[in-house]
Design a binder for this molecule. Sequence first.
Ligand code: SF4
Length: 356
Amino acid sequence: MSQPNHRETTKKIKVGNVLIGGGAPISVQSMTKTDTTDIDATVKQINALETAGCQIVRCAIPSKEAALAIKEIKKQINLPLVADIHFNHEFAVLAANAGADKLRINPGNIGDSAKIKAVVEAAKNHGIPIRVGVNSGSLETKVRKEHQGHVTAEGLVESALNNVKILEDLNFTEIVISIKSTSVPMLIKAHQIIAGKTIYPLHIGVTEAGIPSVGVVRSSVGIGAILTQGIGDTLRVSLTGDPLEEVRVGYEILKSLQLASHGVSVISCPTCGRTNIDVEKIATAIEVKTRHIKQPLIVAIMGCEVNGPGEAADADVGLAGGKGVGLIFREGQVVRKVAEAEMINALLEEIERRTK
Ligand code: SF4
């Protein structure tokens, strides 16, 4: 018997104009890497993230000034903004008052119940949700002790649900949960467990995944494995590097599982002794030059006339390389024969024509 799809059954939560959970499309998030009090730099990065397809952006709020900066930042951006706060309930209240669309804070870390209540009241007054999240690096000492001093998948789930319970006891249920771990197997196990225990939507990601060459693989394996089990309502790929790359990789994960159609997907052959054209150069140029396109489109770039025409003809736009020349396909039909020097421009023209 097939498992019910957790993603279809989670509570629908609204973050600005984006829905998370209840079968809503899986949203792609990122986090700014600027000093939030540098309003110009933060706005610039958020707007670049929006162009890359990011749907929700998170900003670190480590100070009162950063919380207050949200007001001005919000005037200059379109994306819903999540205020990321650790421990300090005053920053959370200020962020909510300044127009944050979601708070990311763990009530278990705020302190006494009056402080927790103040944050929940602020969220209620502004109609914004709260994301509670546990991280393998910051698991509460109490939970760790219960699990023989170790961080375990069960411990991560327990900690997340403890935070949920604190909010529910205050009649607050606009909740998103995240569990993050640097261990991919632990992350997968924790999501399998929590999916059986909660109706709240899950924000998924591998924490501290690393520099892109490593982090992309770890994130793709971890996030991908969770998504294939019908779990996960929104995601962030965490990379040590450009946040735009986080968004690009997030979509590639979703597209590879056919969970989203977004932008141009470039298929290219691995090349071999039959290759007639510079496939790598052409595929790289097309991938980079079409990143602004949001409409879904499959572009195939193939190096020879053996497998090339079949794959190229199945794509929306395709190129099959021959000796010094190539055939350009559009929806299965050969539309042009071009010299190698013209291939990139000819493909871009066909892509533009198809996405207008
Ligand atoms: Fe080699 Fe042609 Fe296959 Fe590319 S499509 S890997 S050139 S056989």
